[in-house]
Design a protein around this ligand. Sequence first.
Ligand code: P53
Length: 477
Amino acid sequence: MSTFKDGFLWGGAVAAHQLEGGWKEGGKGVSVADVMTAGRHGVARKITDGVVEGEYYPNHEGIDFYHRYKEDIALFAEMGFKCFRTSIAWTRIFPNGDELEPNEEGLQFYDDLFDECLKHGIEPVITLSHFEMPFHLVKEYGGWRNRKVIDFFVRFAEVCFERYQDKVKYWMTFNEINNQANFHDDFAPFTNSGIVYEEGENREPVMYQAAHYELVASAKAVAIGHVINPDLQIGCMIAMCPIYPYSCSPRDILKAQKAMQMRYYFTDVHVHGYYPKFILKYWESKGYEFDISAEDLETLVMGTVDYIGFSYYMSFAIKGHETSDGSYEYDETKDLVRNPHVEASDWGWQIDPEGLRYSLNWFQDMYHLPLFIVENGFGAIDQVEEDGSIHDPYRIDYLQAHIKEMKKAVVEDGVDLIGYTPWGCIDLVSAGTGEMKKRYGFIYVDKDNEGNGSLERSKKDSFDWYKEVIASNGENI
Ligand code: P53
């Protein structure tokens, strides 16, 4: 008997805004990703007020997948991909977000893209909102601060389900919805929710309110999707970075547990259809009152997800610092500490393959739903040799170690796993930094941080390695 079930979805993952380019083509509108400049490790990407002359916006061109997708999908097929996870750019379908009718040219682009995948026996796996809401919704409505955005998103979701139901079975609503638990930083609130904070604003309640509207929008979409076609599998998408206690000190343990609750309550709502008690108590203790209607609460129950999609790159660690009031509040920008037991990447992401097994077990124990690892990977600097070859043993090591742990979770722990799609199967623009040199791909793309390069594609050593992993259904890693 083989380890992974028949039809296990080996593949790769990307997101529209990080590779498509063609930011103004086919009637596309400006998205939040189009107004972010390039940063680097330790230097945040700048969020500009619209597209400003003289600034460099790496997502405008991406890796020009918009024009080259046929060539790229042929390479994925050569690796034996069973599935390909990408997202639909909301702005190709509804350029401003608040139109009543979709943009046919945008819809046609994804029809062609999905047909091209299916032609090669590759099943598209689709995220509806992956860090790319229309910028117009930010300017005119304040992003997800505004309840009206629920209807705009649901319209977008409905159009996509109707149109692609025969081509796409696996869907996810909001990519890494829980990143915004880190609301102290500007990045996640903007990419998740189109929120730009005002100076001195109390950020926390704004985040919870926006997340609530998203959770309602997600539930509505799930419910509608199931009516359109009961065969659709619609999941959530969670950024899983397990937070370990630094030591066995009870304060560390409790702090880690509270931090996990703050970072992962989103999953409880998606899966169970209601808010867990700890979050309600927390809001009460803060005196927060939110716009949560009785109808919203019914909606949440009606639209629980079919599976949990999640990304896994790294684990965190935390110490329970003393506070005068004994509280265990979580501030992701300040509270995390370096874990001395694991190494880190050049970007400070802690490398922890066993954390993947831990995460799979944690999700299974908490939610008892099928799981789908929709992102995992190693961002690294690659060197092109004189002869054009690219040796990336560090990437193979990383993925190999993670696949081994994933295998143990399936074989020894009985985790119900749908598939595995490593992130950035072809080099693309980093979400966090906007760089090209933070590369994840099996396929190299000739383009640098400043936007220079031929955009030509070439295979790295990891290409053949991953091909064999898939061919052997994970037996030869
Ligand atoms: P980059 C933070 C923590 C974990 C995953 O990230 C994250 C982030 C945001 O940076 O994002 C996901 O490109 C996301 C992808 C992203 C990928 O991880 O910053 O879903 O869009 O590219 C890797 O190295």
